[in-house]
Write a protein that binds this ligand. Structure first.
Ligand code: NAP
Length: 243
């Protein structure tokens, strides 16, 4: 039984990724979320409608012990299953000018994206290395490449994950485990629902926000064996806003 673990799979980009990997690659899904149980249960039913299994793993990616114990417990209950795909998608924003950024806003944004990457990847990587196959895909951001005013914390967090992606890819390539990052621009989701799309879209050559499903297409390709010679890459998906 092959599984794809998607963190933050209950809404937005993570939800679209779960559906796409289930429908394209026929992997079973381990759907992680943090707080929104109703959203997670709804999406589980939708995924199972595609003919694969979907199990929900509720943990906060910032809590190393919770991540470790939840994944270990799942592994001991499912000795014949393995996680071949990991999508580190969970992320939050707490925007504001740097001079007004509280320690809490700084820490929570970095904890979710960067320490979340560390905690979850640590918990699944050994098995991928042992079986000499795996796909790790980190959802980063345009902000982590270009830097975005009002998002110094988020730019720092995503920039760090980009660097970690490149370094880890070099460490483990020999074991046929690939590590790539996907850097979206403006994508319609709860995270961007308060943004003025009419104003922002003027900056975007394709003249619109992207859809979560468009990001999921790219993630699904990177998660498949069709992407076998791509590792350590950061792939932009931003409507031409930045390259
Ligand atoms: P979203 O709609 O706000 O969804 C965020 C997801 O992450 C939810 O499923 C949420 O779970 C989960 N999550 C948040 N904190 C978590 C934690 N501590 N532990 C476990 N799960 C947690 O966000 P989105 O727009 O889909 O963004 C997904 C990823 O893409 C993020 O990494 C984001 O930084 C990145 N991104 C988004 C955009 C964009 O324009 N939307 C652009 C660039 C990059 P609950 O439902 O339980 O809260």
């Amino acid at each position: 039984m092959k599984y794809a673990l998607v963190t933050g799979g209950s809404r937005g980009i993570g939800k679209a990724v779960c559906l796409k990997i289930a429908s394209d690659l026929k992997y079973n899904i381990l759907l992680n979320y943090n707080s929104n149980t109703e959203a997670a249960e709804e999406i589980r039913a939708e995924i199972e409608g595609l003919g694969v299994k979907c199990e929900i793993l509720k943990f906060d990616v910032t809590n190393a012990d919770a991540v470790q114990s939840s994944i270990e417990e799942w592994k001991s209950e499912n000795p014949d299953s393995k996680i071949e795909i990991l999508v580190n998608n969970a992320g939050i924003t707490k925007d504001g000018l740097f001079i007004f950024t509280s320690k809490e806003s700084w820490k929570s944004v970095i904890d979710t994206s960067l320490n979340g990457f560390y905690n979850v990847t640590q918990a699944v990587l050994k098995d991928m290395l042992r079986s000499r196959y795996g796909r790790v895909i980190n959802i980063v951001s345009l902000s982590g490449l270009k830097g975005n005013p009002g998002q110094v914390n988020y730019s720092a967090a995503k920039g760090a994950v980009i660097a970690a992606t490149k370094a880890l890819a070099q460490e483990i390539g020999k074991r046929k485990v690939t590590v790539n990052a996907v850097a979206p621009g403006f994508i319609q989701s709860d995270m961007t629902k308060d943004f003025n799309e009419e104003e922002f879209k003027k900056l975007i050559p394709l003249n619109r926000f992207g859809e979560a499903e468009e990001v999921a297409e790219l993630v699904s390709f990177l998660a498949s064996d069709r992407s076998s010679y791509i590792t350590g890459e950061v792939i932009n998906i931003n409507g031409g806003l930045y390259s």
